[in-house]
Design a protein around this ligand. Structure first.
Ligand code: 9Z3
Length: 313
């Protein structure tokens, strides 16, 4: 691997990936969505990635390595982007948090409902407001074609779908944005060196060698969608190295900003690292319903507006 150039590593990753299921269907939905939102009104389009990717250990996968992410950041950010007038391609890990569902009780969700008689279903009064808002906002976003949800599970699916979306958005240019909040695996088992069947147990410890996932951010910036505004995330558990790592990522991948967050405080504050300096963004702690994404998306949308203006002049 080390003798290969970056581009070669990327092509060899895709060439050896299992083919994406339902690719035609995904492309059709994607192109329709982009066409609808970019022609005429010329709405801005953001691709929000959310949740963690898995690394299968077997081709007929029973076991996998996972990356932590509840999908809360991506879901909350999506709601805020829609509110700000964007159309959102929500590329999310199956089963993770969905836009407009954050205020619904998930455990146990079914306790929201009751049957006053056999032909009617009702929501308990304590949950009426939350359910009403969730259903109305979600239906409005989908009815106005402002939200396209595309699920992934594995690192293979995620990267193939990201490439499809980026190439489909190429012509939208500076009005498009990538907001990469998904937690993406750094290491994986290459498909052609993976066993087909379930790894057998009972023969002692298991040794697995993981290859490095090629860094797709540079290719996204230079080739797939070079004119798009691009925001990446940096997650660390050690606060001491966070800003340094985020600053290095900013320089290396030439993204427009890196949102730095520490695992345990990620819901309270993030630091937006960019060439114009570092900005700490917090949730308004005096308002219980306030979330950090309200202030974060306001700032990102502002920066995107400046970027669009500058690219037109
Ligand atoms: C993040 O840093 C996200 O903010 C979180 C959100 C995953 C922490 P939750 O989904 O948490 O609300 O529970 N995402 C990026 C994580 C990541 O893998 N970044 C890579 C890195 O740090 C760069 S692509 O090297």
């Amino acid at each position: 691997m080390s003798s290969m150039g970056e581009d070669e590593e990327v092509s060899s990753f895709f060439e050896s990936s299992p083919p994406l299921k339902k690719m035609e269907d995904i492309l059709q939905k994607l192109n329709g969505f982009i066409e609808h939102n970019s022609s005429g009104g010329g709405r801005r389009i953001v691709c929000v990635t959310s949740g963690g990717t898995t690394v299968p250990l077997e081709q007929r996968c029973v076991r996998y390595i996972d990356n932590f992410s509840s999908g809360n950041r991506g879901a909350a950010s999506t709601e805020n982007f829609v509110k700000a007038g964007y159309a959102v391609v929500f590329l999310y890990r199956s089963g993770t948090c969905q836009p407009y569902c954050r205020s619904l009780p998930d455990d146990p969700f079914l306790e929201c409902f009751h049957f006053p008689d056999n032909s009617n279903i009702q929501v308990h009064s304590s949950h009426v407001e939350a359910v009403k808002m969730a259903v109305m906002d979600q239906q409005a976003a989908v009815a106005e074609a402002r939200l396209l949800k595309l699920p992934f599970t594995t690192i293979y699916e995620y990267l193939q779908m990201l490439r499809l979306i980026a190439t489909a958005l190429k012509d939208v240019g500076p009005c498009s944005m990538f907001y990469l909040a998904a937690a993406v695996s750094d290491f994986y088992v290459p498909w052609n060196s993976m066993t087909e069947h379930k790894i057998e147990s009972g023969s002692g410890p298991l040794d697995i060698r993981l290859a490095q996932v090629p860094k797709m951010l540079s290719i996204l910036r230079t080739t797939w969608a070079p004119k798009a505004f691009c925001i990446s995330f940096k997650l660390e558990t050690d606060a001491k190295i966070l800003i340094d790592k985020a600053t290095k990522a900013l320089g290396k991948y030439k993204v427009h900003a890196v949102v730095a967050n520490e695992l345990s405080t990620r819901k309270e504050e993030v630091v937006v690292v960019s060439s114009s300096g570092n900005v700490v963004v917090r949730r308004d702690s005096d308002k219980p319903e306030s979330i950090v994404e309200d202030n974060l998306i306001r700032l990102i949308v502002d920066r995107h507006s400046t970027y669009i203006k500058e690219s037109h002049s």
